[in-house]
Design a binder for this molecule. Structure first.
Ligand code: TIU
Length: 223
């Protein structure tokens, strides 16, 4: 077992039963001209975490631990996208419409790809999820159960939307969850801060949180 200094108290994880989940590090959210920008967000905040997420990926890859990538992605015919999701808000472009990087949030389009610096390696699981959470309509729980995964380490964007939703879904399914605080970002600094606070409040009601350096320290000093 590896013990990581974390809030609200140390996070202890079994190597081999612990997977890294990198949520939605896609051009659609991180680069200008994608879905995030169409919603009216300043997307420039998000790219700053790419080097930290890359270092976090290295920790897992160097140890041979499992890595899962997610994309928020719909089928080209949008049959997996509720009309309410398309209609919501006053976006300049809506899901399925064509922007600077292709059709927004549609599988296979340029904007729907994970940024090059964090591209999945062969053998790593990549799931296309139609919702904000990674368990809804993906079959991921069954895959994780088959692999004996009990603990999940989270990174990605955005902290309060797809990361938090996925972490809450995971918590309800019995996974012990750790959020790496400098490997996640929001379009809203205050939402990131309060999300970390609400996850770790009440004795870790959703899970734990810690910066990457604490995970690196713990892994470096193992056995
Ligand atoms: N809008 C926003 O903050 N996020 C999303 O729509 N999806 C994800 O967080 N991936």
């Amino acid at each position: 077992m590896i013990k990581v200094a974390a809030a609200p108290y140390p996070y202890i994880f079994p190597p081999g039963k612990t997977a890294l989940v990198v949520i939605d590090m896609q051009r659609d959210f991180i680069e200008p001209g994608g879905f995030g920008a169409a919603l009216g967000n300043d997307v420039s905040r998000l790219s700053a975490i790419i080097p930290t997420v890359a270092k976090l990926l290295s920790v897992f890859r160097n140890n041979g631990w499992p890595v899962i990538h997610t994309r928020e992605a719909h089928k080209p015919d949008l049959s997996d996208c509720p009309p309410a999701k398309i209609a919501r808000g006053s976006a300049s472009l809506r899901i399925g419409q064509t922007g600077a990087m292709g059709r927004l949030l549609v599988r296979g389009e340029a904007g729907n790809q994970i940024v090059d610096a964090l591209a999945p390696y062969n053998g790593e699981i990549t799931i296309d999820k139609p919702g904000k959470g990674m368990f809804w309509a993906t079959g991921l729980h069954e895959t994780l159960q088959d692999q004996g995964i009990t603990h999940l380490v989270f990174a990605g964007v955005t902290t309060e939307v797809c990361v938090q939703t996925s972490m809450r879904e995971a918590n309800d399914r019995g996974y012990e969850c750790l959020l790496i605080t400098d490997a996640t970002e929001s379009y809203f600094a205050e939402f990131k801060a309060v999300t970390i606070a609400m996850i770790t409040a009440q004795g870790g009601i959703v899970g734990w949180a810690t910066p990457l350096a604490e995970l690196e320290n713990a892994v470096a000093s193992k056995s």
